[in-house]
Ligand binder design. Structure first.
Ligand code: ATP
Ligand code: MG
Length: 571
C-alpha cells in the first residue's frame, strides 16, 4: 500500500517536472514534492528516496510527448498549472540543478539600459528564479573614463521597473586588490608579461602574429618589478599581457591585454587606482570568484571564450559554464549605447527617454509596460541566430496587456465643428471599457460637437450617422464645418458610429514616434504630431496614465507644465 502510494506520487511529480523542464525531471525537485505530499501519511524520506530515484530515471527515458500524455491521464491538474505559469519559459540549462544555479547581469554604468540589456537581464534573472538560484547584479565599472555615478542608480531603477530583483549587488571596482594579486600570480608563473610597445606596434604584432621583445626578454623579476612600478606610478607606461599564442588562428588569443593604465578619476574609487583590468580579465575572474555557474554573453564574444577559459585555468580558478545568446536588434532602432549616445549628444533626440528610443525609459514613456518587454524577450528565447526583429512584435504583445486594463475615451484628430439642429440637451453615461467594472464618465451635450476631419469628409449630405453612445444625426451640410439634424435615438444597423467631443473639449497634441533610422540613415521625420480634441474627462486623468482613444490608438498622457500632451504608444 505504502509503496504504491509513493510510486503514484513520484510518478505524478516526476512527469510534471519533466514536462516543466523540457523532458528531464530533476530528482531533487521531485523528491521535495513527493516528501511534502506524503508528509501527512507519515511516510519517511528514507522510504521515498529510492522510489523517486528509479521513477525519475524511468520518466527521463520517455519521450516528451509520452510524458505529457501520461500526465494528462494521471493528473491533468498538474499540467494545467504548468501551462499558466510557464507559457513563455526558457529551455533548460545544461548542468543545472535546483538551488545551485548562479547567474549575473553585468552592466557597465555608462548609460541608461535599453531593451537589449533587458533581454540579458531578464534571461539571467529568469534562469536564477527558475532554478531557485541566486541572481547577482554586478556593475562592470573597470573603465573610469566611462563609468558615471548617475548610471549606477539609474540602471537599478530601470531593472526595478522591469520587476527584476537581485540577491547580491557589487561593483567590479570593489575587487581591484584581488585582481592585482591574481595579476601578480600570473606574472610570477610566467604567464603574463609587461609590454611597453606603442599601441601601434601591439596592434601590428597582433595582426601579423609576431611576438615582441617584451614577451621574450621581460620575464620573472623584471616584469614583476615593472608591474609594481606601474601600480605606483601612472606615468610608467605599459600593458600587462597574457602569454597567449601569437601564432593562433584566433586573434583574440594573440597575447590579449589584461591590464592597462587609465589615469582618470573613478566615480567610486576616486584616484586610488590607475591600473584597470580589461573586460577579458575582469569578466572571467569575477564570474568565477562570485560563484556564477551560468554566465551569459552576447554572441560577438564567442571568439574571446578561449581567453576567458585560459585565464581561469592559469589561475587555477573554477570555470563556469559560459553561454551565449544573440544580440537583440530591432529594425530602425538603435539597440546599443554606442549608437544612442551620439543621437543625444547631437540633439537628434530629446534625451535618453525620447519615445523613439529603445531605452527602457523611452519605452516606458511611450506606454510600453514591463510585462510586455518580459514576454517579448522570453518569446524570442535565446537562439544564437542573429536576427533583426520588428518593433511591431513588441507592440502586439503590449496591446494584449493594455487592452483589458486601460480606459477608453474619444479623441478627435484634426477636429471639424458639427452643429446639430434640434439637439436635445442630454446627460449621458458612457462606459470607460466594455468591462463595466471600470466605470463610466458623464458627458453633458448641447448642440455643438466636434468630429474628426477624416470622419467629416466621409459623410455625405442626407446621410444618417450616429454620434457614438449618444444619438443619430442626419447630415444637412458638409464642408469646412458640418451641420446636421437630430435624427432620433434608435440604433440603426450599419450606420457609421463616430467618436466626438462637445465644445467642452481638451486640446491635445499627440507625438507619434516613428523609426529613427531608415536603413543606416537617420530619419529626421521620425517624430510627427497630431493635433486634436480629447473629451473633457481626459483632463482629470493622472500624469502617466495610458488610455485608448477609440479608433486612434493607445496614448500615454503626460503633463508638461500645466498642459497635457499625448505620446502615441501604438495602434
Ligand atoms: P552597448 O553597446 O549598448 O553599450 P554593451 O554590451 O557594451 O552594449 P553592457 O552594459 O556592457 O553594454 O552590457 C551589459 C549586458 O547586456 C551584457 O551582458 C551584454 O551582453 C548585454 N547586452 C547589451 N546589449 C545587448 C543587446 N542588444 N542584446 C542582448 N544583450 C545585450
Ligand atoms: Mg560595454
Amino acid at each position: 500500500m505504502v509503496l504504491q502510494n509513493i510510486q503514484r506520487e513520484a510518478r505524478k511529480y516526476a512527469l510534471q517536472n519533466a514536462v516543466f523542464f523540457n523532458g528531464i525531471a530533476h530528482e531533487k525537485a521531485v523528491l521535495g514534492k513527493v516528501i511534502a505530499a506524503l508528509k501527512r501519511d507519515n511516510i519517511s524520506p528514507a522510504e521515498i528516496i529510492p522510489v523517486v530515484s528509479s521513477i525519475v530515471a524511468e520518466v527521463n527515458r520517455m519521450s516528451p510527448e509520452a510524458q505529457r500524455t501520461e500526465l494528462q491521464i494521471l493528473a491533468p491538474e498538474l499540467l494545467q498549472r504548468e501551462k499558466k505559469e510557464r507559457d513563455f519559459s526558457l529551455p533548460e540549462l545544461p548542468f543545472a540543478e535546483k538551488g545551485t544555479v548562479v547567474t549575473r547581469f553585468p552592466p557597465e554604468p555608462n548609460g541608461y539600459l535599453h531593451i537589449g540589456h533587458a533581454k540579458a537581464a531578464i534571461i539571467d534573472h529568469e534562469y536564477a528564479r527558475m532554478y531557485d538560484g541566486t541572481f547577482i547584479l554586478r556593475f562592470d565599472d573597470t573603465n573610469p573614463e566611462n563609468a558615471n555615478l548617475e548610471f549606477y542608480d539609474a540602471q537599478k531603477e530601470d531593472l526595478q521597473w522591469l520587476d527584476i530583483d537581485w540577491d547580491k549587488e557589487y561593483h567590479t571596482s570593489d575587487h581591484l586588490e584581488t585582481h592585482y594579486q591574481l595579476a601578480e600570480q600570473l606574472i610570477k608563473q610566467g604567464d603574463a608579461y609587461l609590454c611597453q610597445c606603442s599601441a601601434e606596434v601591439v596592434r601590428e604584432g597582433r595582426f601579423t602574429g609576431k611576438t615582441c621583445s617584451c614577451r621574450t626578454e621581460r620575464t620573472g623579476e623584471d616584469a614583476l618589478g615593472l608591474w609594481k612600478e606601474m601600480l605606483s606610478d601612472p606615468h610608467v607606461g605599459g600593458i600587462l599581457r597574457l602569454r597567449g599564442e601569437m601564432g593562433s588562428e584566433n586573434t583574440a588569443m594573440r597575447d590579449p591585454t589584461l591590464f592597462r593604465v587609465i589615469d582618470a578619476p573613478h566615480p567610486l574609487t576616486g584616484d586610488k587606482y590607475h591600473v584597470w583590468p580589461t573586460y577579458d580579465f575582469a569578466g572571467a575572474v569575477e564570474d568565477s570568484l562570485s560563484g556564477v555557474t551560468h554566465p551569459f554573453r552576447t554572441k560577438e564574444y564567442e571568439l574571446r571564450d578561449p581567453v576567458y577559459f585560459r585565464i581561469l585555468s592559469l589561475l587555477n580558478l573554477r570555470a563556469p559554464h559560459l553561454m551565449e545568446f544573440s544580440r537583440l536588434s530591432i529594425q530602425g532602432m538603435p539597440v546599443s549605447k554606442r549608437k544612442i549616445k551620439p543621437l543625444i549628444d547631437e540633439g537628434k533626440v530629446s534625451g535618453f527617454d525620447d519615445v523613439r528610443l529603445p531605452t527602457l525609459r523611452g519605452l516606458k514613456r511611450r506606454g510600453i509596460v514591463p510585462e510586455a518587454i518580459k514576454q517579448f524577450v522570453l518569446q524570442q528565447g535565446f537562439s544564437k541566430v542573429e536576427s533583426v526583429v520588428d518593433f511591431s512584435l513588441v507592440e502586439s504583445i503590449n496591446r494584449k496587456f493594455l487592452d483589458p486594463r486601460v480606459k477608453r475615451y474619444y479623441f478627435v484628430p484634426n477636429p471639424v465643428k458639427l452643429a446639430v439642429d434640434g439637439a436635445p440637451k442630454k446627460t449621458v453615461r458612457l462606459s470607460l471599457h466594455p468591462d463595466a467594472a471600470m466605470g463610466e464618465r458623464v458627458v453633458h451635450t448641447g448642440s455643438t460637437f466636434f468630429i474628426s476631419h477624416d470622419d467629416a469628409r466621409s459623410l455625405k449630405n442626407g446621410e444618417v450617422f450616429r454620434l457614438k453612445g449618444l444619438y443619430n444625426v442626419k447630415i444637412t451640410k458638409t464642408g469646412e464645418t458640418v451641420s446636421g439634424a437630430y435624427a432620433g435615438e434608435d440604433l440603426i444597423a450599419e450606420t457609421a458610429k463616430i467618436q466626438w467631443t462637445t465644445d467642452a473639449y481638451v486640446p491635445l497634441k499627440i507625438f507619434v514616434p516613428g523609426l529613427l533610422f531608415k536603413g543606416e540613415t537617420f530619419n529626421p521625420e521620425s517624430l510627427s504630431e497630431v493635433h486634436g480634441y480629447a473629451e473633457e474627462a481626459v483632463q482629470d486623468l493622472l500624469e502617466g496614465e495610458i488610455v485608448q482613444f477609440e479608433r486612434v490608438g493607445f496614448v500615454r498622457l503626460e503633463k508638461q507644465g500645466n498642459r497635457m500632451i499625448g505620446l502615441f504608444t501604438h495602434k
